[in-house]
Write a protein that binds this ligand. Structure first.
Ligand SMILES: Cc1cc2nc3c(=O)[nH]c(=O)nc-3n(C[C@H](O)[C@H](O)[C@H](O)COP(=O)(O)OP(=O)(O)OC[C@H]3O[C@@H](n4cnc5c(N)ncnc54)[C@H](O)[C@@H]3O)c2cc1C
Ligand code: FES
Length: 433
């Protein structure tokens, strides 16, 4: 009896050990599977990430190569191939290269610099206009708003914008410098963006949204376009089509003063009021976006402040201002005169500007305007665009000495260089020009 009990006990323990062993093997197997699955998921994620980075690098290299192959220095001739009225006082100009060669791509948000031979002007008039379409092989497009004279003054209306509207016709040839500028969409990222255009400040952000559409990117995109009413609303059909056809792109026209009975909420515009952080708080799911904006100065200031107060990190805020170049230039010249070192008549000769590449050393005088104007007046070649501290085109290495700014740089230059269009020397300096 006791032998049988012993045998049964041994059998029971044996079965228990067997069951426990099986359980252990099962657990081991399950854990191995789980770890394997996790490792696989991690591997796939890492592989996708690396593949995305590799694609981005390949794409950037492709764009850079195309820029190098088809880019140009100085002036290139373009034919005005099409002129289209877009809205009240806004007109698009299509430019095709006169030499028939391919165009280099540009980063959406960048601008062209025009050198215009306007009758009765002593020198070519230089102005920047943002590219308002996504990059194409065979044409560039800019959309220009006519700038009137300021109210209650005798000043002439805007020189270049009115010249474009009134004198530039299809078939004419025009001098253009290559695309440039530091305000552009970071196309290597797929993070969600909010694009904001106020009035004619629409142009660079329109290029950005067109680029997102053309590249098939699924980037979440909000597009706010602030105008007074329907008369100023450019590219309406085009933008409505994008809104309808792309679930991830939300086009939001905002009218500050819609016309009674003519501008219909929901059909013509989405929101009444002003584009700003208050509206974003109502409409956007969060503040976790990259914000790109361009518009008139009051809108720019309030947007920047509003976004900062809402907790948007400065790194996620990107903007560009269109300065009225003539006014800025005049103001800068006056300020330059006022800010130049004292006792100028006796000590002018004490400040020398050395242009190292041109091999020229010249005495600075307080009525010379900005360093850029001083260089141009003395036949030293220097690149320039906006002439208002916004575009960075005139950034020049400062090899010795110090400068001071006569207005706040919109696009701060790299260390060791200065924006010559808005700076004057503090002491004798050497510029790499
Ligand atoms: C990077 C960048 C991109 C831009 N993109 C665009 C764009 O896409 N579309 C666009 O339309 N614009 C754009 N601009 C603005 C454009 O470059 C011009 O500044 C704008 O067209 C006005 O130039 P203008 O020659 O017509 O006027 P200006 O001759 O420069 O005159 C500007 C204003 O000053 C007034 N004025 C003239 N003389 C005096 C005086 N003595 N005292 C006081 N006031 C005076 C004029 O009546 C006018 O109101 C851009 C600017 C920059 C910097
Ligand atoms: S010319 Fe644009 S920053 Fe000087």
């Amino acid at each position: 009896m006791s032998d049988m009990l012993l045998t049964n006990t041994i059998q029971g323990v044996g079965i228990l050990i067997l069951v426990l062993s099986l359980l252990y093997v099962c657990l081991l197997f399950r854990n191995t599977l789980k770890t394997g699955r996790l490792a696989l998921v991690r591997e796939v994620t890492e592989r996708d990430f690396l593949a995305q980075r590799a694609n981005e690098i390949v794409e950037r290299n492709r764009i850079q190569k195309a820029k190098d192959e088809n880019g140009w220095n100085g002036i290139r001739k373009f034919k005005v191939s099409k002129k289209v009225i877009e809205a009240k006082d806004q007109c698009s100009f299509y430019f095709t290269p006169h030499d028939g060669r391919k165009l280099p791509p540009f980063d959406p948000g960048q601008f062209l610099t025009f050198s215009l031979n306007i009758p009765d002007q002593a020198k070519p008039v230089i102005r920047c206009y943002s590219l308002s379409d996504s990059p194409k092989d065979d044409y560039y497009r800019c959309t220009i708003k006519r700038v009137p004279a300021p109210r209650d003054t005798d000043h002439p209306p805007g020189l270049s914008s009115n010249f474009f509207h009134d004198q530039i016709e299809e078939g004419q040839i025009i001098d253009v410098r290559a695309p440039g500028g530091h305000f552009y969409l970071d196309s290597t990222r797929q993070s969600p963006v909010v694009l904001i255009g106020g009035g004619i400040g629409l142009t660079p952000v329109l290029s950005m949204v067109n680029y997102i559409v053309d590249t098939g990117s699924k980037r979440e995109t909000w597009f706010f376009y602030g105008v007074k009413d329907g008369t100023e609303h450019a590219m309406k059909d085009h933008l409505q089509k994008i809104d309808k056809e792309h679930e991830h792109i939300h086009i939001c026209p905002v009218y500050s003063r819609p016309r009674d009975g003519e501008d219909i909420e929901g059909a013509d515009y989405k929101y009444k009021g002003r584009v700003g952080a208050d509206l974003f708080k109502e409409v956007l799911p969060s503040n976790n976006y990259d914000f790109y904006f361009c518009g008139p100065p009051p809108m720019m200031n309030s947007l920047f402040e509003g976004l900062r107060e809402w907790g948007v990190p400065e790194n996620n805020i990107h903007y560009e201002a269109f300065g009225p170049a003539t006014v800025t230039k005049k103001k800068e010249a006056d300020q330059a005169a006022a800010k130049a070192p004292a006792a100028t008549s006796d000590t002018d000769a004490e400040i020398n500007i050395t242009f190292s590449k041109s091999g020229k050393t010249l005495a600075w005088s307080s009525d010379a305007g900005s360093l850029l104007e001083f260089a141009e007046d003395n036949d030293v070649a220097m690149d320039s665009g906006c002439r208002a501290g916004n575009c960075g085109t005139c950034a020049t290495a400062l090899n010795a000495g110090e400068v001071e700014y006569i207005s706040e740089p919109g696009s701060p230059p790299d260390g060791g260089s200065c924006l010559t269009c808005i700076s004057v020397p503090k002491n004798s300096i050497t510029l790499d020009a």
